[in-house]
Ligand binder design. Sequence first.
Ligand SMILES: Cc1cc2nc3c(=O)[nH]c(=O)nc-3n(C[C@H](O)[C@H](O)[C@H](O)COP(=O)(O)OP(=O)(O)OC[C@H]3O[C@@H](n4cnc5c(N)ncnc54)[C@H](O)[C@@H]3O)c2cc1C
Length: 474
Amino acid sequence: MSDIAAVLERELGAGRVIGPGDDRLDDYGRDESPALLVPDDARHPPACAVLCERTDEVAAVLRVCAERGVPVVPRGAGSGMTGGCLPVAGGVVLSTERMQRVVEIAEDDLVAVVEPGVITGRLQEAVEARGLFYPPDPASLDFCSIGGNAATCAGGPRAFKYGVTREYVLGLEVALMGGEVLRVGRRTSKGVTGYDLVAGFVGSEGTFGVITELTVKLLPLPPGVATVLGVFADVPAASAAITALLRRGIRPRVLELADRASIDHVRPRARYRFPDGAGAIVLVEVDGDPDALDAEVERIGQACEGAGALDVLAAQSASERRALWEARRLISKSLRDAHRVKLNEDVCVPRGAITEMLARIARTSADLDLPIAVFGHAGDGNLHVNVLSDDDPADPAVARRLDQAVHRVLADTIDLRGTLSGEHGIGVTKRDVMTLEQSERVLEWQRRWKAMWDPAGLLNPGKVLPRRRGACSE
Ligand SMILES: Cc1cc2nc3c(=O)[nH]c(=O)nc-3n(C[C@H](O)[C@H](O)[C@H](O)COP(=O)(O)OP(=O)(O)OC[C@H]3O[C@@H](n4cnc5c(N)ncnc54)[C@H](O)[C@@H]3O)c2cc1C
């Protein structure tokens, strides 16, 4: 065992440290980010991984590592798509996967207190069994952790009505590099006492502190949900339907869009027979009083038909709703299965710029002769832009074209006053393109903010902020 692994095993006891020579260690040098987007020198196993079970153990790891100048990388479930939990500068991966307790569900206070390793979907099941609702719903909810969700400020389809993780984190317990443990925030749904430190930790991608406990806001579970699938000839028609239904005062909880390339990939697998000429789908979901839902579904149908829908289907029972969701849920896997390369950018543009963004993406696809499939959360303008290829990415000419396509997508996003990431975060894969969106002064203030919590730069180094010119890592 390396020196640091042996020290941490003495501190935490046997069975808690995965050290060199253990086959499991490689897993802690990987996450779900596309291999092509992670810099070559950023993908390797850590010196060791530590499986913490309590806050005092997290604090001990942060104290020992700070004393020895060893980097520490917090890790939840490793489902991140931007390399946020990769040990790019080596050191120790601190895993919260064993911190799985739902400490409290307080029905009267409408809060839950949870440890960071709780799987998001398990929290949702636990609160729904009591008639309560935790709305944030990343597509990874069956395997990502709530601590990772807070660290990345995860979002999902329901964000259009209910917002993202940030809106639900009321209070945090965090352990800082050096071992100090702080409680920030509150248990009440309102509160403006002092600066909003919770807002700073949420979305800081494990670079400020390690989240060891979360107090999250709950809502009453909506008693009814209805889903409508509208099928259109093209994206402009689908966008017209979205605009029309919003103008009718409907506030869907979900408003999803997929383009022709996405549909063409799911067509062979989905049970739904898409009409000829289907070039875009819109999936709309509303919730609330079951008696009022029929009328809302009717108005959504009218908005779709008014925009020239080729087909409109509606469902209220859970099994029928699942069937309508099937096509949307199959897209990502169908794209991955069909192509050697799939680079997923999760850009976000103002809602009114979606049609123009898709037109620009179509031009990029044609100019560079690369298929690009787009689907995502139309309500928020958050688009998953998938650059696809069957060619060998080791061929420099192919790699160059892929790189050009990604850069054009990012540049168009900024040009349309959008942002580089709607939900996946920056991590290591996007840190060096931050300068497309943010000025050097804004980046400098963020470096100072990071230095306040972690002056030695040992907590999750090499993430979020771009490298300064000439520096290899920071
Ligand atoms: C198929 C698939 C679908 C996805 N869909 C979505 C989606 O719809 N919406 C979405 O937002 N994301 C999505 N993601 C991305 C990913 O699931 C989210 O970013 C998720 O929030 C990461 O959680 P995790 O527990 O896996 O974190 P990890 O991948 O382990 O870590 C992510 C970041 O959080 C930090 N971190 C983790 N735990 C802590 C902690 N306790 N304290 C401090 N920092 C911590 C890490 O250092 C790292 O920077 C998807 C991923 C996949 C593979």
